[in-house]
Write a protein that binds this ligand. Structure first.
Ligand code: BEZ
Length: 187
């Protein structure tokens, strides 16, 4: 029988499984090693709780991973759980903040985090209007399957607000280079 993951993949347009569609590619380049992270407000828990990327990632070592959507199969079964399970090892390697970013509303991000036991480990951050995701040129148009612009799947190591490494998945349903175990090799 077809698994849920296989079913989802079989329904995905080419934009998800292969080439991505950036809404901003004509204007920008995806953020890269050595770039300063833009200062953008994200939301944690509810729409009134703004947290700026500068306040979150401006000092110390952070790991950010981004996903196309809360509660989607790869994100929920593999990507986010890997960071939760390896949280202690990430801390041992000097990481102060581990954060998950998605273009979702903060209530959904909060509920998703709680459903996986992310509390006290991974900061579940909502980039509600995709402001951060568009600024770093990681937006992908998933209107057909998820209802709008979402984030590509990637992982970044940030030190004192500057990108030290970034791995973006070529296939947004796959997990070839942005898993916690991949990031840990770079720390
Ligand atoms: C996922 O399985 O994580 C996924 C599903 C649909 C669109 C993007 C990602």
């Amino acid at each position: 029988m077809q698994s849920l993951r296989q079913f989802v993949i079989s329904t995905l347009p080419r934009a998800v499984t292969g080439r991505y569609l950036s809404t901003t590619a004509a204007l920008n380049m995806p953020i890269k090693e050595g770039d300063k992270l833009p200062d953008v407000d994200l939301f944690e828990g509810n729409p009134h709780n703004k947290v700026s990327t500068q306040a979150l990632f401006g000092k110390g070592k952070s790991v950010i991973f981004a996903v196309p959507g809360a509660f989607t199969p790869t994100c929920s079964e593999k990507h986010a759980p890997g960071y939760i399970q390896n949280f202690a090892q990430l801390k041992e390697k000097g990481v102060q903040t581990v954060a998950c970013i998605a273009v979702n509303d903060p209530f959904v991000m909060d509920a998703w985090g709680k459903s996986m036991g992310a509390e006290t480990k991974v900061r579940m951050l909502a980039d509600t209007a995709a402001a951060f995701t568009k600024k770093i040129d990681m937006a992908i148009d998933l209107t057909e399957i998820l209802g709008g612009v979402r984030s590509r799947r990637y992982a970044m190591v940030v030190e004192d607000g500057v990108v030290k490494s970034i791995q973006a998945e070529p296939d947004n349903t796959g997990l070839a280079c942005s898993a916690a175990t991949d990031v840990m090799k770079l720390l």
